[in-house]
Design a protein around this ligand. Structure first.
Ligand SMILES: Nc1ncnc2c1ncn2[C@@H]1O[C@H](COP(=O)(O)OP(=O)(O)O)[C@@H](O)[C@H]1O
Ligand SMILES: [Mg+2]
Length: 401
């Protein structure tokens, strides 16, 4: 006699994400249902052996259609958990949980993890340092704000990702002209002070409102410069025991607790201003994009996708506990490549633990117990990749990872 499946998990993925998440659920005996976009139906990306049923929607952002579709599915399926594998699915997953009364993050908390204005207001109210900002709504307020806060500023959509739609603004006339072109879309934007400095990211696991695992990293170049100016995406683990690491852990704990993340994973970003202060940039209730989980794994042995799955399905037989991490260092480099299938076989250092396999891209993750070695390899590879493969292209209309 076969045992009844542990849980039925409905995964929402409007983008190709979450292979390890679905595999982990499957390996624990869960039924895995995947709801994705029709145009991804034939994608070779999906781990088909781990997915019990596929469901497709032509438009996964149409709330009414998705609610109808999943409610119809629920006539015959008992869905225990709904999980958003891509950032853009977070609100829909919350709406479905609210509608079907399924446990997990609901509408109001999801808002703090998707809407850059909502997360800013809440963080500021909780005493967390944020760049000065103003909702693009009331013109008198905007005028007053621009007189008070010296430029440059950034105008950014409240709920996009991968720097899509973000624009640096240097004077008020430029803002008014840009708002003219945005028309009725303008209230979906926030204007904020541009903070000159390095961008850091903290990737964490949260259980019962406690951060039980967190890794701190610094991007070699701010992402806005990479996506808009062209360049190589590069990040690495911060020096363990450093002041920056400690400060980021504190800010991250304070933030996630304030925003109310109960369980799951988070990718959170901060900018360190020239005054040495960390400003909260943005957070999310998902694993970081751009293959950041591969770097976390290189440094610690922890697979964020798999741990996230264990948290979602856990707590039944025994409480979840995070595996003991290694305390090595990781680094990642991703670049667009001129070649369709770039050949990285000349890159042979033993610290290379992962290679990206994607058309017109090149990507490497390195891991080592020695932070200096990681920095040396990243500098060396940045130079070599720029020579061997680098290609630039206009800023993306949609996230690439
Ligand atoms: N207030 C700011 N000051 C300076 N740079 C910013 C600011 N806001 C965003 N950026 C730049 O834009 C990038 C993307 O912004 P972010 O708010 O993280 O949105 P997303 O990553 O969702 O597109 C950041 O990594 C950073 O380089
Ligand atoms: Mg960001």
């Amino acid at each position: 006699m076969t045992e009844a499946p542990l849980l039925t998990i409905l995964c929402l993925a409007s983008y190709e994400k979450g292979v390890d998440f679905m595999r982990e659920c499957h390996e624990h005996g869960c039924r895995v249902l995947l709801l994705t976009q029709s145009h991804l139906a034939d994608s070779a990306f999906w781990p088909r052996d781990a997915i019990d049923h596929f469901f497709y929607m032509p438009d996964m952002y149409n709330r009414q259609d998705v609610v109808y579709g999943v409610s119809y599915l629920s006539r015959t399926e008992t869905i225990d958990r709904i999980v958003a594998l891509d950032d853009f699915d977070v609100e829909m997953a919350a709406a479905l949980r609210e509608h079907l009364r399924i446990p997990g993050m609901g509408d109001s908390t999801a808002r703090y993890f998707r809407d850059k204005l909502a997360m800013r207001v809440k963080a500021r109210d909780e005493g967390i340092l944020v760049p000065e900002f103003m909702h693009v709504l009331n013109y008198d307020h905007l005028r007053g704000w621009m007189e008070r806060v010296p430029p440059p500023w950034v105008l950014k959509p409240r709920s996009e990702a991968s720097s899509v739609g973000i624009k640096k603004i240097t004077e008020s006339e430029q803002l008014w002209r840009t708002l003219d072109t945005l028309g009725d879309r303008q209230s979906f934007y926030v204007l904020e002070k541009y903070i000159d400095g390095d961008v850091y990211h903290v990737d964490s696991i949260v259980v019962d409102r406690e951060v039980v695992f967190a890794e701190t990293h610094r991007y070699a170049h701010p992402l806005l410069d990479v996506t808009h100016g062209g360049g190589i995406f590069c990040s690495s683990t911060l020096l363990r025991g450093s002041e920056d690491e400690r400060a980021l852990h504190d800010h991250n704990r304070h933030l996630l607790r304030s925003l109310g993340l109960v369980r799951g994973v988070s990718h959170t970003e901060f900018i360190k201003g020239r005054n040495g202060e960390f400003y909260f940039l943005e957070t999310s209730a998902r694993v970081g994009g751009a293959y950041i989980p591969e770097m976390v794994k290189a440094a610690t042995g922890i697979n964020l996708w798999r741990e996230w799955a264990r948290i979602e399905i856990g707590g039944r037989k025994q409480p979840y506990s995070v595996p003991v991490p290694r305390h090595d260092y990781g680094g990642i480099l991703i670049s667009l490549a001129r070649q369709e299938h770039p050949d990285t076989s000349a890159y042979q250092d033993q610290e290379i633990v992962w290679r990206l396999d994607k058309h017109h891209h090149v990507g490497l993750v390195v891991g080592s117990p020695d932070p200096d070695r990681v920095q040396w390899l990243l500098a060396e590879y940045s130079r070599r990749i720029a020579n061997d493969f680098y290609a630039s292209q206009p800023a993306p209309q949609r996230p690439t990872a």
